[in-house]
Design a protein. Structure first.
Length: 115
């Protein structure tokens, strides 16, 4: 299992970014996917979840209404569209899949929201 995130960077408050996570090594369409984030000095937290059925969506309260998770099974890719970003969204964002009982993580992509 390999997960490779991209799309992070520096953005001003109120701006937008789209993160991508390309998955390989497993049958992507058969697995739920998640985005987590970890701010400096804080625990890693779940940001968004998308089920195998794209109708199954869940969001942390802190990002609800601003972030949108989606997936393209043909491209083995899960996305996180982040709008109206605030400094509190500054964190390393990780792609995650639970593969037959094993937690699998990407290396993360850093998002910094600052003026």
């Amino acid at each position: 299992v390999q997960l490779v995130e991209s799309g992070g960077g520096l953005v001003q408050p109120g701006g937008s970014l789209r993160l991508s996570c390309v998955a390989s090594g497993f049958s992507f369409s058969n697995f739920h996917m998640r985005w987590y984030r970890q701010a400096r000095g804080k625990e890693r937290e779940l940001g968004a979840h998308i089920g195998r059925d794209v109708g199954e969506l869940r969001y942390a309260d802190s990002v609800k209404g601003r972030f949108t998770i989606s997936r393209d099974n043909a491209k083995h890719t899960v996305y996180l569209q982040m709008n109206n970003l605030t400094p509190e969204d500054t964190a390393v964002y990780y792609c995650y899949v639970r593969y037959y009982g094993m937690d699998s993580w990407g290396k993360g992509t850093l998002v910094t929201v600052s003026s």
